[in-house]
Every structure is written in structure tokens, then in C-alpha cells.
Design a protein around this ligand. Structure first.
Ligand code: AMP
Ligand code: MG
Length: 369
């Protein structure tokens, strides 16, 4: 039996990996290739890379380059680091004055604003002031004061951002705005790490940033990387499914397990922009998509939209499969899936042994040699 490696408890999701072959850094032969694993704390989570290759030193050098890329992304995108590009941008920006931004920050802004438009503002990368208040509330165990919430809301709003694609600049239209890419940056970092591994010559790779996992071609002789998705320990919840994944990504969002509890109510670290309040419905959202940037951001967006609106919206996105597990007021578990989930991940039976690939056309990819 392959050994189970849990990845995302810390991220609040239930999503695991079954990695036959090398576990815990000890390589084991698998066909012509050996499996090498590398793990490092990055972006506040254990960042993990699995590489099928011939030579440990060559794989280690590729992983090193990929970790360096993630580190560089953190220096650009982290709102925890006061010296990051995004922190310096927000602290130094003057209202109405355009600021130039680097390529990664630019990509996040473009994708973030596209998602804000597509979700009617449910996904909003300008919620930094509110997210910070809720982070402090978590630390202190008390709700943010009303006047602080009201003040923070004045500093949020994706419509108060202006992008100039020709000059690659961003202009803030309100004072004190703070960008927060926490809902999408880990997926993007996993995509970028995988790109570096590919450019180093490795095609059979997996990159996992806690609850955001990206896979390329599968290990030799296998249909895919076996990933366990979409279950919870709650009574009445569906069991997690083990699905073979290749050339796709999976993310979980929501706080079924970890959230701030004050006065008998539980508040998520995901904020509803309409109210400024951390989400109070308990849900676990699992998203499969073509890349990690999409799976990560869509999972956060669906968490905010809620089951009905979220699933309806997900049906408009090509190659995106979504499952929502929600704990209702009375404690009953409700499960909803979009059309692509039913078609790709499974109806009543778990998909085991069958390749699943979420390409643009939704076609099953041919087996890899
Ligand atoms: P995830 O764990 O990927 O669902 O991302 C959660 C993170 O996204 C939070 O910790 C915030 O940094 C950020 N966030 C919170 N609320 C929103 C929102 N409504 N839209 C976009 N990002 C958000
Ligand atoms: Mg996310």
C-alpha cells in the first residue's frame, strides 16, 4: 500500500497525496526514474516538490532553482513582509499617482481584477485592510471594533484600482489601500516552481504548497499523481476521493476545521467584501483546474460566493471542477458539485485508475510513456 502524506490540515482543508515511491527523502526506483522529494517552508507553508529523474544532484539543483523562484515571488507579493515589493508599493503610493510594478505583481493585479469583475467583487485583492483586522482579531480572540471595520472598508475596493497595461502601472484612487494576494499567490508560486522544473528538464513533477497542488506528467507507468480530494471527517460528508491527476491543479479553501470563534460564532480568514466580515458559514471548497493560479483563486472566490452562486459561476469556467461541502445551521452536511466535477471527478463512484486531465477542451489526455 502506498503511504499517505497529509498536506493541508494546516491550511484548513482535507486534501492528501498518495505518493508511491520515494517517501521522506529516500529515493526508490520507479521504472527508469527515481523519485526525489524536497520540502522547505516558504510562503508560510511547507512547500514540497516531487521530481522523477535519474540523478539526485541534478534534481536537487532544479528544486533549488524552483525554490529560489518561490522565494523571489514571496519578496514581490507577500503582504507579511514589510520590505516586499507589494508592501513598499502600498506604503509609498500617493492617491491618483501611477506607480510602476514588476512583472509578477502586474500579473497578480491583472488576474485579480479580472476575477473581481467576474465575481461581482466577491474576490477582491484590495481587501488587505480588512484581512489585517481579521488577522489581529484571530491573534487577540476578539472581534474588530465597528469603527475600525468602517475605516478599513473605506480603504478597500477593486474599483479604486486603475491599471495601465501600456505603462504597466497601478494607481490607487483611495488613501491607505493595501493589496492582498493571499487568495491566489500560492497557486501562482506552485505554477512558477513547476515551470522552472520543466525548464530544467523535468516533466514528471508535482509541486504542493499546502492546500494548493500542481502536477505535470505522471510518474512512469502511472495514470497520474494520486491525489485525495474533497472529503471531510464530518458525519454525512462524502469520503475523500483518490483521483489520478496530471497536468492540472487542485486547491482547497474554506475553514471547516480552523477558524476564529468568538461569542459562539466562527469567523473565517476569508472576508465577505459586501459586509467586511469574515465568512461565518462553514464550508470546504475543492477546485480542480488547469493551473494552480486558477484553482487557488477560484477556490477562494467560490468560498465567498457560497454554494449556489459559486457552483453556477464555476459552470461558466472551462475545465474547472468544483465541490462544496457545507455544514448547515442544524449541523447537517450539504454537498454541491458543478457539472465538470460530476463529469470528471465522479458521480457515485470514485474515479480510480482512470486518467483525469482538465485540459481546455476537458479531454482525457493520452497516457504518458
Ligand atoms: P485561500 O486560503 O486560498 O482561500 O485564501 C485565503 C486568503 O485570501 C486570506 O488569508 C486573505 O489573504 C485572502 N482573502 C480573504 N478574503 C478574500 C476575498 N474576498 N477575495 C480575495 N482574497 C481574499
Ligand atoms: Mg485560494
Amino acid at each position: 500500500m502506498p503511504r499517505r502524506v497529509w498536506l493541508s490540515r494546516a491550511a484548513g482543508g482535507l486534501l492528501g497525496l498518495f505518493l508511491p515511491g520515494c517517501i521522506g527523502g529516500r529515493p526508490r526506483q520507479s521504472g527508469a526514474d527515481t523519485r526525489f522529494e524536497f520540502e522547505r517552508p516558504q510562503m508560510g507553508v511547507p512547500f514540497r516538490m516531487v521530481i522523477c529523474g535519474q540523478d539526485r544532484a541534478v534534481a536537487a539543483a532544479a528544486a533549488e532553482s524552483a525554490f529560489a523562484r518561490v522565494e523571489a515571488l514571496n519578496r514581490a507579493l507577500s503582504d507579511y513582509d514589510p520590505d516586499s515589493e507589494v508592501s513598499r508599493l502600498c506604503l509609498g503610493a500617493k492617491v491618483g499617482v501611477a506607480s510602476p510594478v514588476g512583472e509578477d505583481l502586474w500579473r497578480m493585479l491583472v488576474q485579480g481584477l479580472a476575477l473581481a469583475r467576474a465575481t461581482g467583487g466577491a474576490f477582491d485583492v484590495t481587501l488587505g485592510p480588512l484581512v489585517n483586522l481579521w488577522r489581529r482579531a484571530r491573534r487577540r480572540g476578539e472581534l474588530p471594533a465597528d469603527h475600525l471595520l468602517a475605516e478599513a472598508r473605506m480603504r478597500c475596493g477593486w474599483e479604486r484600482l486603475q491599471l495601465d497595461a501600456r505603462k504597466r502601472t497601478v494607481t490607487f484612487l483611495a488613501a491607505g489601500m493595501r493589496l492582498d494576494f493571499g487568495g491566489m499567490a500560492k497557486g501562482y508560486a506552485a505554477d512558477e516552481a513547476m515551470r522552472v522544473l520543466r525548464e530544467s528538464g523535468f516533466r514528471r513533477t508535482l509541486v504542493a504548497a499546502a492546500g494548493d497542488i500542481v502536477v505535470a506528467d505522471p510518474p512512469p507507468g502511472q495514470a497520474g499523481w494520486t491525489v485525495e480530494v474533497g472529503g471531510s471527517d464530518l458525519p454525512g460528508s462524502p469520503a475523500a476521493r483518490r483521483i489520478p491527476l496530471r497536468r492540472s491543479a487542485v486547491s482547497t479553501s474554506g475553514d471547516l476545521f480552523q477558524r476564529l470563534e468568538i461569542g459562539g460564532r466562527r469567523y473565517s480568514h476569508i472576508v465577505d467584501p459586501r459586509t467586511g466580515i469574515g465568512l461565518t458559514d462553514r464550508a470546504l471548497v475543492t477546485v480542480l483546474a488547469r493551473d494552480g493560479t486558477t484553482s487557488d483563486s477560484v477556490s477562494t472566490a467560490v468560498s465567498v460566493l457560497g454554494m449556489e452562486r459559486g457552483l453556477r459561476w464555476a459552470d461558466t469556467l472551462p475545465g474547472v471542477a468544483v465541490q462544496v461541502i457545507r455544514l448547515g445551521e442544524g449541523g447537517a452536511v450539504e454537498v454541491g458539485v458543478n457539472r465538470r466535477w460530476t463529469a470528471g471527478v465522479g458521480g457515485s463512484k470514485p474515479v480510480e485508475g482512470a486518467p483525469l486531465s482538465l485540459s481546455a477542451a476537458g479531454a482525457v489526455e493520452p497516457a504518458c510513456g
